[in-house]
Design a protein around this ligand. Structure first.
Ligand SMILES: NC(=O)c1ccc[n+]([C@@H]2O[C@H](COP(=O)([O-])OP(=O)(O)OC[C@H]3O[C@@H](n4cnc5c(N)ncnc54)[C@H](OP(=O)(O)O)[C@@H]3O)[C@@H](O)[C@H]2O)c1
Length: 271
């Protein structure tokens, strides 16, 4: 499994299974167990997905050493807004049935995000979180955070796909040694790019599937990708076992698909 070294020298697998929208219970458990069997070692969940319990169960039932799986979860907006940091975090630990979380993120730059982040810093010091970061933070939010933190965020999880390549924010993150996770990496619910003609033609050139081509465009930029699938064939494809290096010209062709249209919410609306 490909991996990336974070600013604090910890290592994160470059490909993680996204589980947004997977129903708690059998659906999430089966998707995660199947993925672990295929070789996934990184799962991206969140409090608000309501499936942390099933992710934890799948890991236990997979009989794999917990230390081998990189688990990400996220604190939801209402917990940040209403200052329920401890309850939210403890619930994540309990649901996942673990005594530490590999990566814990603030899901959105909600009101009180600085205070919530200081709580995450305390959890790092206590060893309950190995790495902290943020999600959906724009440059203005990151500047405020960087000026006021004791422990720098190692990750910003943001939307990146051919419709919305988010280049300026990625550049800012890299300049500040913050690694970037691409969410909705295939285009999410609105703009799935696996059926795009140009992507299909390029995939033929590199002897890979369209999803591998898109994810390789992201991996080649040094991003971590979080494709979501419950389908075994798709999960296998998305592991990108072929290690494809795209030619510069082909990278540019995919860059040019940018429409500046997000599939998700606009984080600029958060102050
Ligand atoms: N931090 C945030 O605010 C935030 C927001 C959105 C998402 N995320 C994270 O990012 C993850 C992924 O984003 P996403 O779920 O929006 O979208 P995505 O991964 O871009 O796309 C998922 C869709 O693509 C299909 N798909 C997956 N692999 C495929 C393949 N090889 N060939 C054809 N179709 C394929 C899936 O269907 P099948 O199941 O049929 O394969 C599903 O309908 C989420 O699960 C979550 O962990 C985070």
């Amino acid at each position: 499994m490909k991996s990336i070294v974070l600013a604090n020298s910890n290592v994160i697998p470059s490909i993680g299974l996204g589980v947004y929208g997977l129903r708690s219970g059998k659906e999430t458990i089966n998707a995660c167990k199947q993925a672990i069997e295929l070789g996934y070692r990184h799962i991206d969940t969140a409090r608000v997905y309501l499936n942390e319990g099933s992710v934890g169960k799948a890991i236990k039932e997979s009989n794999i050493d917990r230390k081998e799986i990189f688990i990400t979860s996220k604190m939801w907006n209402t917990s940040i807004r209403f200052r329920r940091y401890r309850q939210a975090f403890n619930k994540s630990l309990k649901k996942l049935d673990v005594d530490y979380i590999d990566l814990y993120l603030l899901h959105w730059p909600e009101k009180n995000f600085l205070e919530a982040y200081h709580f995450l810093e305390d959890m790092v010091i206590l060893g309950k979180i190995k790495n902290i970061g943020v999600s959906n933070f724009e440059i203005k939010h990151l500047k405020r955070l960087l000026a006021n933190c004791r422990i720098k965020p190692v990750i910003n999880q943001i939307e990146v796909n051919p419709s919305f390549n988010n280049k300026e924010l990625i550049k800012f993150c890299f300049e500040h040694d913050i690694k970037v996770e691409a969410y909705s990496p295939l285009g999410g619910k609105n703009h799935n790019y696996v059926n795009n003609e140009m992507i299909i033609a390029l995939a033929k050139k590199y002897h890979c599937s369209p999803s591998e081509l898109i994810l390789s465009w992201e991996l080649n930029q040094g991003l971590i990708v979080l494709p979501r699938s419950k389908n075994i064939l798709h999960q296998k494809d998305n592991l990108c076992l072929n290690d494809i290096v795209l030619e510069k010209e082909d990278m540019k062709k995919i860059d040019a698909l940018n429409l500046n249209i997000r599939t998700g919410k606009d984080p600029n609306k958060y102050e």
